[in-house]
Design a protein around this ligand. Structure first.
Ligand code: 5AD
Ligand code: SF4
Length: 441
């Protein structure tokens, strides 16, 4: 007799690392007979993969859990789990406040999920937020056999030792750990065999990757060089980088590695040296600008993106004006900007906050400038030819969509199935969220 598969619904909040982790958790729970579903309503297990990086993460979690109460009341066998960085930060508190939660698992313990799931039944509740000595990836490598779409993430590094004064990552994700190169190369090979043509290397501090590697180059540049030798892998990206870890070899790779895409997310957070110092970023605005110059010398058409925080404690109008000046000097293709939000346990949380209306005003000014730059970068593509990796049908009939080398969303008219193909496209129009083009056949 075969039993019907159990259904798993995972809600993912936050960063690409969480998206990657959710995929691995779904695969790990596959061993317990779970298949994925798109709604909580028909699930046998609901897993909330949380993010703690900014505001109200915990409140959002508690309200989402509140909304699951009727489901749990109707179906007491429904298992509810909390994963991710809020799980790591709040641990026992979640179990104490929310009787409907069956298990809480921190990001370093996802490989233990199958046994936790088995243990969490009949009212037994399980919490695991240790930082274990074993490598969770020994048990969680991306499953190569399953047929995949043409793009994939590959976590190469996790955690952070930088301790920026505003950031919870060093506490929730722990110390910086690099995965070994041989594992990563094998995993990438498996992904390519399953149909992947573009891999984005992930890490909270990805360019600090320092796994052992054969060959003349060390560090992330060495890893990229070896990945580039995999036949069938056509595009490589990496995110997120810290300016201080952009070494010469990595900058040079942007000029010499044809498979490395001309796109770099390099957060600067602020343009004021005073604020950068208070943030413990350990670089100046000038050093960042010099770095950008060197990266552009290696790859002139590179598209740069960044993260910014406005209203960090102590930020004056003059400091903020320096942020605007830095943005104007760099010219970003896109960027994320956030109002500062005090994270419990971080050094900056102890400091006096900038009034919220001042933060709102600064955020609006900064976003207006960044939006103009983003639009200019999109419009600059019109008339140019770029390759696009096609991923899925577009919103309209007979339309296909994918990503350009610069990570712009591009759609073209086509009646053919273009999934997984990399084709030259002439860009004809820049819309607010995507570029329109036509295949150069
Ligand atoms: N407040 C606001 N933004 C933050 N970020 C990280 N921590 C905070 C915080 N406490 C932003 C940074 C980082 C991005 C992932 O989130 O800009 O680069
Ligand atoms: Fe957080 Fe990034 Fe700073 Fe690390 S480098 S502490 S992840 S902002």
């Amino acid at each position: 007799m075969t039993t019907a598969p159990k259904k798993l619904y995972i809600k993912t909040y936050g960063c690409q690392m969480n998206v990657y982790d959710s995929e691995r958790m779904a695969e790990a729970l596959g061993s317990q007979g779970y298949v994925s579903t798109d709604t909580a309503e028909d699930a046998d297990m609901v897993l909330l993969n949380t993010c703690h990086i900014r505001e109200k993460a915990a409140e959002k979690l508690y309200s989402d859990l509140g909304r699951l109460k009727p489901l749990k009341a109707a179906r007491p066998n429904l298992k509810i789990g909390v994963a991710g960085c809020v799980a790591q930060a709040e641990g026992e508190e979640i179990v104490r406040r929310m009787p409907l939660v069956d298990l809480v698992v921190g990001p370093q313990n996802y490989h233990r999920l199958p046994e936790m799931e088995a243990a969490a039944h009949g009212g037994a509740r399980v919490v695991d937020t240790d930082f274990p000595v074993e490598d969770k990836f020994d048990h969680l490598a991306a499953r190569p056999k399953a047929r995949r779409g043409p793009t994939a993430f590959l976590t190469v590094q996790e955690g952070c030792d930088k301790f920026c004064a505003f950031c919870v990552v060093p506490y929730t994700r722990g110390a910086e750990v690099s995965r070994p190169a041989d594992r990563l190369l094998a995993e990438a090979q498996g992904l390519v065999e399953a149909g992947v043509r573009e891999i984005t290397l992930l890490g909270q501090n990805v360019n600090a990757w320092h796994g052992e590697i054969a060959g003349p180059l060390t560090g992330l540049a060495g890893l990229i060089g070896q990945l580039a030798q995999i036949d069938g892998l056509d595009r490589i990206r990496y995110t997120t980088s810290h300016p201080n870890d952009m070494d010469d070899a990595l900058i040079e790779a942007h000029g010499s590695q044809a498979k490395l895409m001309p796109y770099l997310h390099l957060p600067v957070q602020s343009g004021s040296d005073r604020i950068l110092k208070a943030m413990n970023r350990k670089h100046t605005a000038e050093a960042y600008l010099r770095l950008i110059e060197r990266i552009r010398a290696a790859r002139p058409d590179i598209l740069l993106t960044s993260d910014f925080i406005v209203g960090f404690p102590g930020e004056t109008d003059a400091d903020f004006a320096e942020t605007l000046a830095l943005v104007a000097a760099v010219g970003y293709g896109a960027a994320y900007s956030f109002k500062y939000s005090a994270r419990p346990g971080t050094p900056a949380a102890e400091r006096a906050e900038v009034p919220v209306d001042v933060m709102d005003d600064r955020l609006q000014q900064l976003q207006a400038l960044l939006t103009r730059q983003q639009k200019a970068a999109q419009e600059a593509m019109v008339g140019r030819t770029t390759t696009v990796l096609f991923e899925k049908p577009g919103r309209l009939d007979r339309q296909w969509g994918g990503k350009s080398e610069h990570l712009h969303a591009v759609h073209v008219p086509s009646a053919n199935d273009l999934r997984g193909q990399i084709l030259p496209v002439r860009i004809t129009e820049a819309g607010p969220n995507s570029l329109a083009g036509e295949l150069c056949l």
